[in-house]
Design a protein around this ligand. Sequence first.
Ligand SMILES: [Fe+2]
Ligand SMILES: [Fe+2]
Length: 193
Amino acid sequence: MVAEKNPHVVGIEILKKNGIDVDKLIKELVSNASVEFTAYYYFTLLRANCTGMEGEGIKGIIEDARLEDLSHFESCIERIYQLGGSLPKDATDFIKMSGCEFLQLPPNPTDLNAILEKCLKAEQGAIVNWDRVCQMTNGRDPATYDLAKDILAEEIEHESWFLELLYARPSGHMRRKYSGERPHTQKHSRALG
Ligand SMILES: [Fe+2]
Ligand SMILES: [Fe+2]
């Protein structure tokens, strides 16, 4: 079967009609996916370096946030391709576009305070990233908005967990029922079960 070169994609045309800059939105989603994927990797290192009695409790919280970053990466993939975008062919290009070098292990890798500062900074950056997608899509692209606002809701929770640990600012709700629960994004990352 010969594929038509430029198929008619109603799902994209309606967005253009609604005033969405689809190329800009794809760029935003790919770069946010890169941040989530890279943060998942760095949180793996940070979690592994939470040692000692104090580190044990922090490890569990970083694990909850880490598995939800994987869910956030997974949540982006289908929408990127629906919009006509794609992920970079080279994984190193993909990692570099995240700008997540700040999440590398601190000079003293088991310094728990420095680890928590890094986690907090990552969550706050993610809130800004997903709010930007919400602003771009609110009222004009319900499908992307639905996933961006769900990811944003989890990032806000993650921020509150790390604020509680660093500043004793109550988070209201502390832990997931199990790591990987992802209460807001589970429906967007069904591949994870
Ligand atoms: Fe995330
Ligand atoms: Fe997060």
